[in-house]
Structure formats: structure tokens, C-alpha cells
Write a protein that binds this ligand. Structure first.
Ligand code: 6GU
Length: 234
């Protein structure tokens, strides 16, 4: 999978070099390229923002550097037909909410582009232009506000990247996770069996795999009812 990221703070993405995703990059499974939006700003100060038409607080990201950035990335995807019409993701608190289902859907794609906005946002015309060269999605992590799309993009890249075949060594570890079956994960324990007067539930030491599976399912349902009743309603 190819992933291009456009940001005025490329250093946020240095952490993609570590851990599982870093390994996948080294192995050529994930081709992640981070671009500085300012490389498509041509004035002396490499300006990427300006005051909003109609007035109001803050600054808006100018459309021209974004247009050039997106054109350049799509052109650079070159002869790979699957990468000709990428999904272009703009992280935004005003977007659809990103879920495990979104991650699964996007993990099937050949080419993703993340456009990280800052300030009060990106000139609205960039989204309609982007829709002429790719499939645009405005995506939010949840109902709170971050300073820009960088941290949100990192979270999404990790959630999507780990679902790409070959990134996580043991694919079985992907299925028994929170949200994969609409429930929260069951509790886990390891040795020692007794620690600071706290015992591992005896059922887990019983060797009865059927009973363990039933207990784990009950735990999943109970936890989901306690912590995330909204998931059960769905
Ligand atoms: Cl995707 N972007 C920003 N700036 N804030 C957010 C968000 C995204 N998701 C939640 N808050």
C-alpha cells in the first residue's frame, strides 16, 4: 500500500519509522511518503495561510499549495493504475467518525493520501478540486478538537496499516480484539497466578477450553454493557 502525507509539520511522522509500521516500511509492504506542504508554496516566506474572506478569527490554508501538492502526488503515482484515483483523506473534526470498519475498508486500498490541515481549516474549494482527482473523505477521530490533522492521521495510519496483510506477523492476533466483533476485548492475564493478593480467575487455569471461551464471551458482553452500552445498541 502506498500512503502519501501532506503536512506543514512532517516531523510529526518521524515516529512511523519505529515499531510494526516501521518494519513494514522496511519490508516494502507500506510505502509511506511524507511531504512538506511548504515545498509547494513559492513566495519568499513559503506562505500557506491567509486571512478568511468574510472575517473572523484565525487563518485559512490557501488553496494553491494544496492543489499543486495533490496534483504532484497523483502524477507521481505514475503507471500504477490502482494508484490513479487514490482515496484522499482530510482529517477534520467536522468529518464522518473513523471506526474499525473505516480502517478495514481503507486497508483494502492501494493508495491513500492524507491532507493535514492546520489553523482554522483549508479553503473549501480544495475539497471539491480533490474530488476530481481522487475519492475524498473527511474523517474525524471523535468529538473533540485537535490542533491539526497530524496526530489524527498518525492514528488512522496505524489503525489502517496494521490491517494490511503482512504488517502484523500473526493475523490471528487481529481477530480477537476490541471492536472486531462489535464488543470490547476480554481481560487478559499472565504469570504469576497470584500477584499482590490478586488471583487470576481460576477458570483460566482449568484447561477447559470450551468453558474459557464461554467465560471470555461473557466478560466481553459485561464490559461492553458497563463501559460502552452504545455499542450494544448497535
Ligand atoms: Cl481528524 N482533526 C482535528 N483537527 N481534530 C480532531 C479530529 C481530526 N478528530 C477529532 N478531533
Amino acid at each position: 500500500m502506498r500512503i502519501d502525507v501532506v503536512s506543514i509539520f512532517p516531523a510529526f511522522f518521524d515516529a512511523l519509522e519505529v515499531s510494526l509500521l516501521g518494519k513494514a516500511r522496511g519490508a516494502g509492504i507500506l510505502d509511506v511518503r511524507v511531504h512538506d506542504l511548504r515545498s509547494w508554496a513559492h513566495d519568499r516566506h513559503r506562505t500557506v495561510d491567509d486571512t478568511p474572506y468574510g472575517g473572523g478569527a484565525g487563518m485559512v490554508m490557501k488553496p494553491e499549495p494544496w492543489g499543486e501538492a495533490l496534483d504532484s502526488i497523483v502524477a507521481d503515482a505514475g503507471d500504477d493504475p490502482a494508484a490513479q484515483h487514490p482515496v484522499i483523506i482530510f482529517p477534520s473534526p467536522a468529518g464522518e467518525v473513523f471506526t474499525q470498519a473505516t480502517a478495514r475498508e481503507l486497508a483494502e486500498e492501494r493508495h491513500l493520501v492524507f491532507g493535514c490541515g492546520r489553523y482554522e481549516g483549508i479553503d473549501e474549494r480544495v475539497f471539491s478540486y480533490a474530488a476530481t482527482i481522487g475519492r475524498v473523505r473527511l474523517v474525524s477521530l471523535g468529538d473533540y478538537v485537535l490542533n491539526g490533522g497530524e496526530v489524527a492521521s498518525m492514528a488512522m495510519i496505524e489503525a489502517i496499516g496494521r490491517l494490511v496483510p503482512g504488517v502484523v506477523g500473526n493475523p490471528a492476533s487481529l481477530v480477537e480484539e476490541s471492536h472486531e466483533d462489535g464488543l470490547l476485548e476480554y481481560p487478559s492475564y499472565t504469570k504469576p497466578a497470584s500477584w499482590r493478593e490478586r488471583e487470576v480467575p481460576p477458570i483460566l487455569l482449568s484447561g477447559n477450553h470450551g468453558a474459557i471461551a464461554t467465560w471470555r464471551r461473557e466478560q466481553q458482553i459485561e464490559r461492553t454493557r458497563d463501559r460502552r452500552p452504545d455499542l450494544l445498541a448497535e
